[in-house]
Ligand binder design. Sequence first.
Ligand code: FAD
Ligand code: NAP
Length: 463
Amino acid sequence: MVSERKKCSKHVGVIGAGPSGLVAARELREEGHSVVVFEQSHEVGGQWLYNPNVENEDPLGKDTFLKVHSSMYASLRLTSPREIMGFTDFPFLVKKGRDTRRFPGHRELLLYLKDFCEWFGLREVIRFNTRVEYVGMLDYGEFGKDLRWVVRSKEKRCEKVVEEVFDAVVVATGQYSHPRLPSIRGMEAWKRKQMHSHVYRVPEPFRNEVVVVIGNSLSGQDISMELVDVAKHIYLSAKSLEISEGLSKVISKHQNLHLCPQINSLHEDGRVLFVDGTWVIADTIIYCTGYSYSFPFLDTKEIVVVDDDRVGPLYEHTFPPSLAPSLSYVGIPRKLIGFPFFESQAKWIAQLLSGKRTLPPWDDMMKSIKEFYQSRDADGVPKHYTHDIANFEYCDKYGDHIGFPHLEEWRKELCRSALRNADANLETYRDSYDDLELLQEAHKSPHFTQLEPKSLPLSDPIN
Ligand SMILES: Cc1cc2nc3c(=O)[nH]c(=O)nc-3n(C[C@H](O)[C@H](O)[C@H](O)COP(=O)(O)OP(=O)(O)OC[C@H]3O[C@@H](n4cnc5c(N)ncnc54)[C@H](O)[C@@H]3O)c2cc1C
Ligand SMILES: NC(=O)c1ccc[n+]([C@@H]2O[C@H](COP(=O)([O-])OP(=O)(O)OC[C@H]3O[C@@H](n4cnc5c(N)ncnc54)[C@H](OP(=O)(O)O)[C@@H]3O)[C@@H](O)[C@H]2O)c1
């Protein structure tokens, strides 16, 4: 039995110690694999490891290898309530002396991830301050040889470069660091301050300025709402002027916040011209236009490419049919309840590598990918939304591949009620809500009762 286990165990390199990489390491170890996690930062947490030091970063984040990973700003709080965030067997509990709010600030989630790491003893497999600079196939194309991977990494302080060989690589490097910038006429010629939300941290530098914020999604709204107290005027440029009830309430409350259409062009004298012909002279433009997938270290011989933010071909957003399960990705899908989904991805990968499960034949995987692309195209979904899922059923179906439990009804309902509340009450939804009955139901579920609260370090009974 033991030797059988050993035979199926693989040497796996996981790149990234954010939520995806941590849960991947946990699952891989539980399945008996040997794991090395490479993490370029000094600590776990990924995006949740707030970094105030952005002065050496290009303001538009155009470098191939960025200096800063986290795009979180100082005031950031969760968009969804803490109850729905946790991995299935590790609830995100309220803890004494910490941020006990239902929608806590970013640091609270970092602490949760640190607890997760301690609880499952993951630190011992993580190499901190170690950036992966190259991943490529060994003996690529040699008939009869199992696919293996060369991973070249550099330790930050001593600049030591290490090259190692792994049976498999899990890419868990996140997707919200590299700015996705629009192409606007005059962008190069505009001489005033232009930056992406990736480097935005606090409102103070914009005191008394006229700021144009581009992009009416979460970053654009959050940043605009905190600029109203310091900036002279904020012009929020959106693709559509049909806005939520919540945003409309905010705009009518703050006289210095204005909704504008898309930008037509930027001009050397500081003018920002909108498509309806109106214009303003601005001091700063903040691009809150989202993020792009980028894997500058990964050489797949063009087998996997990023085309307008479609990473593909990937079967179920996870497996490149020609290279899987030796190469896999965790954390590509967007707009779903992240942590349990990453966990199901990690479980599937771990079980494929141990031989407990197998993927469908190559042809079937490619067919499934093609059909998915076709259905998206038929629905008129732009290519850059390929990995936007926003569908609980998809998460459940994905889990069925490995018998992973479906999302609990209370999790789905709490998520829906937060979205509804945010839509209607953008400024207040994190502190004022009416879903306490649902919350009580959640707290009675096995997710919260399976582990004795006292057995979790520093935890308080759930209130
Ligand atoms: C502003 C903002 C707000 C957000 N708010 C929410 C929210 O409220 N709720 C929510 O669920 N999600 C939110 N997210 C999404 C968030 O990214 C995910 O919750 C989660 O962090 C994704 O985990 P990940 O491990 O896939 O990626 P990340 O958290 O990005 O972690 C990737 C890790 O890989 C490391 N890495 C990258 N490249 C290399 C390399 N070459 N070598 C070594 N290490 C490398 C990075 O240092 C990092 O530690 C937000 C994101 C942003 C940007
Ligand atoms: N916890 C929080 O409070 C919080 C805060 C911020 C961000 N986040 C998370 O971080 C991630 C990124 O969010 P994000 O808001 O930075 O990016 P995003 O969700 O990708 O939104 C970018 C927005 O910019 C728009 N846009 C692009 N080009 C434009 C142009 N030329 N003119 C006007 N609008 C333009 C996009 O429109 P199209 O989509 O049509 O291209 C989109 O609406 C998300 O997962 C989000 O949930 C969370």
